[in-house]
Each structure stands twice: as C-alpha cells, then as structure tokens.
Design a protein around this ligand. Structure first.
Ligand code: CTP
Length: 404
C-alpha cells in the first residue's frame, strides 16, 4: 500500500483514450491511494461516470452545482484536497483552455484552484498534437510548472500513426508512484545489490543452501532502479524476475561465484548493498558423481566443510572513501551487539538488522521488520512493513548518506 494516504485527483477530458483511465484508477486504489474524479461534460461520451465511481468509490463530479437539489461541488475544496492533480487524457481543447486560464467547467476551475503539482497527459491525433497552437499551449503550461506526461508514438484511433497516444496506464501509475517516492533521488548512482541464497554443491544432485527467497534483495534492486539508479543485481538461485531496464542481473549459484562477480562489479559502483544470505561454509571436495547411499553408509556420513570468502568483508577492505557499503545482519540472539560488531569488522556504513524473532519478518514472507544501524551509533527502528516499503526506507537512508 505504497500510496496509502495520498490523495489523487484525476481530470478526464473528451478523448477516446479515456477508456484507459478505469485501469489507472484500479492501480492507484490497489496501492491505497484515495482517488477522486472530475470529468468535462463531453468526456461522458467516452467513458461512463458509473464505471469510474464504482472503481474510485467516490461520486464522479462534472458540474459545479446540482441544478435539482442545489448542492455545490466546490472547486476550491477539490483543489486543496489533492496531493496531485492529473489531467488525463488531456484533449487539445482543455490544454488550450488551461493555457488561457479559463474556468468554464468544474475541471478547469479546479486547475486554477489547485495548490498541488499538476500533471497533464495529452491524447489527440498526431497533427493536432504537433500543431503550433497546441505546442505553444503545452509550453505555456510547462513554463508555469505543470508537468507533462509525454504522449507515446504509435497507431492512433484515427488510423494515423505518430505521437499523440495517451501513455499507458501502467506507466502513468509508475510515474505517479515515482513522484511520491523521489524517483530521481539516486539518479546518476550505480549500486551493486546481492540477493538470495547460495547453493554449495555436495555432489551433482545435492547442495547446502538456506531459506532465503531473495525477495528483500529484489525489492531493493527494483526500488533503486525506480529511484533513478543503475543496478547490478547479483542473484543466487531464486524464483523471482525483474523487469526494469536499469537493472543488469547476473545469476550465480555458489558463494565463490557471487564473490567473483561482486569483486568485478564493485569498483564501478558508488555503493553496494549486500542482502544475500551467503553460505559461510562449502564442502571441501564436492563429489563429481552422485554419492551413493551405500558409500555413505560404508564410509560414514561426514561432509568436510571449508569457509567461503566473506564478500561483505572483502568489499569493506576495498572500499574507497567515496563508496558506501550496506550490509545485512541476520540474528537470532544478541541482535544489536552482533550487528554493531559486523558493522565495524566489515567496514560498513550501515547495517540492516533483521531479527528472526520478529513476527512477520524473515524468510519467504512479504513483510519485514528491521533496524538501521549507523557508524555513529545511531539506530533507527522501522515498524513492520512490506519488503518494498523497507527497500524504500533503506534506499532513502543510503541517499541521505550519499548527500551527507
Ligand atoms: N556476507 C557475505 N559473504 C559471506 C557471508 C555473509 O557477503 N560469505 C554478508 C551478508 O550478505 C550480509 C552480512 O555479510 O550482508 C552478514 O551476514 P550474516 O550471515 O548475518 O553474518 P556472517 O558474517 O555470516 O556471520 P554469522 O553467520 O556468524 O552471523
């Protein structure tokens, strides 16, 4: 529920692309946002107020007042209510009226009354979009501080092809979410992130592993990319996927492979966050063929182990003054003391302390409860949150350290 408590006002104008807005409303509501909708009278021809009021769970407003009962829809109240006002689709006609500062319908009057950031997403035919009048109106609106969500290029409802398609609802949703979470706070940064478990081979069919799902590391990678960073994600064996174009994913299996990839990537990175649950020991001599049950019974059931390389500690040794290093500590007892010791011995700037004793935290769940521990002794307790929200908190803390 990343948008819980956020108030989003959507103004729909007359364009065929209005059919995409119910999906956007659903996406926003699923993330916990409060959504209210204004329509111009002509927008009713393209999408029904009933669909939108059902999805937004709010009455859809078009007129400044009701002629039958005289009730009043205050554009001033709506303008004050919103944290963000999105006009989508924004027709050529509405853009022109907005540029002139006209107030001849409820939507336009609310634009004038809005105190929050105003985004507009044009949708029209390619020639209308490229017309100097429209371009001039857009320029005026941008110069006044409004933000345009660029229309995409492609097939248009008219049969023509070119710029003018309303951006897809999923992308508009991402932009709104990014706006609320400082999308560009990590712009220009390159971050190495490790995630998941490692598997240490006993023989070709058996391994030593652990319960890590990789969810925390993947949430960190996705969120860092959404905040503008380039991410090198070194992932152990997990059943997860990532989509973001700024994430380069390198799949590894063993602690040794993870170590090699991290050492290669780290010199080019501004920071590293090591959230992987790396095996501390690996079989001394993995068998090349499957170990037969009989052989085990005959020779005893002992597997000789040797320590793996500590990746975090190695990066701590290589770290320059400009680089930041964040480690995780998974503890079941003496949590604070052990985490502080790891912070010092592994030369980290911050440790994320995970306690397996906390309900809702740990392996295979979608939530986590952590404490952020800094070098100056500060410790910040975060409440139980989704792993996505924890990732936002960790990356905001990292961004603060970068700016310190
Ligand atoms: N880590 C690592 N390489 C290892 C082991 C751990 O990079 N071979 C990293 C983890 O990714 C994590 C941090 O070190 O960021 C702490 O991991 P944790 O398992 O809590 O601690 P260990 O150092 O392994 O110590 P212990 O098992 O004694 O608690």
């Amino acid at each position: 529920m990343l948008l819980k408590g956020k108030k989003i006002l959507i103004g729909i104008t007359a364009s065929i692309a209005a059919y995409k807005i119910p999906l956007l409303v659903r996406l926003l509501k699923k993330e916990g946002a409060s959504v209210r909708i204004l329509m111009t009278p002509a927008a009713h021809d393209f999408v029904t107020p009933l669909t939108l009021s059902t999805l937004s769970e709010e009455a859809v407003l078009t007129q400044p007042f009701d002629k039958v009962d005289g009730s009043w829809n205050s554009h001033i109240d709506l303008g004050y209510w919103a944290d963000l006002f999105l006009i989508a689709p924004a027709s050529a006609n509405t853009l022109s009226a907005m540029a002139c500062g006209r107030a001849d319908n409820l939507l336009l009057a609310t634009v004038l009354a809005a105190r929050c950031p105003v985004f507009f997403a044009p949708a029209m035919d390619v020639d209308m979009f490229q017309h100097p009048a429209t371009q001039n109106n857009i320029k005026i609106l941008i110069d006044r501080g409004n933000q345009m969500i660029e229309p995409a290029s492609g097939a248009l409802a008219s049969g023509l092809c070119g710029a003018g398609r309303l951006e897809e609802p999923e992308r508009i949703f991402e932009l709104i979410r990014g706006f609320f979470f400082n999308e560009l706070k990590l712009k220009g940064q390159k971050i190495l992130i490790t995630a998941g478990p490692t598997y240490e081979s006993i023989d070709p069919v058996r391994f030593i592993g652990n319960y890590s799902s990789g969810k925390m590391g993947f949430a960190l990678a996705e969120t860092a990319a959404q905040m503008g960073a380039k991410v090198c994600l070194v992932a152990g064996p997990v059943h997860l996927s990532v989509q973001h174009p700024s994430i380069e994913r390198i799949d590894v299996t063993t602690a040794q492979e993870m170590y090699e990839q991290c050492l290669k990537a780290f010199p080019d990175c501004n920071a590293a966050i090591l959230s992987a649950a790396v095996a501390d020991f690996t079989p001394e001599a993995p068998a090349l063929q499957k170990i037969k049950k009989g052989a085990l019974l005959e020779n005893g059931m002992k597997i000789g182990l040797k320590p793996t390389k500590d990746i975090l500690k190695s990066l701590g040794g290589l770290k320059t003054k400009e680089q930041l290093l964040v480690g995780f500590a998974l503890e079941t007892e003496n949590e604070q003391t052990n985490a502080k010791e790891k912070l010092a011995t592994k030369n980290c700037n911050m440790i994320v302390l995970n306690s397996l004793n906390e309900k809702g935290a740990g392996f295979h769940v979608d939530t986590n409860k952590v404490q952020l521990i800094y070098r100056d002794g500060r410790a910040e307790d975060l409440p139980l949150k989704s792993k996505k929200e924890v990732a936002i908190d960790i990356l905001n803390a990292l961004a603060d350290l970068m700016n310190a």
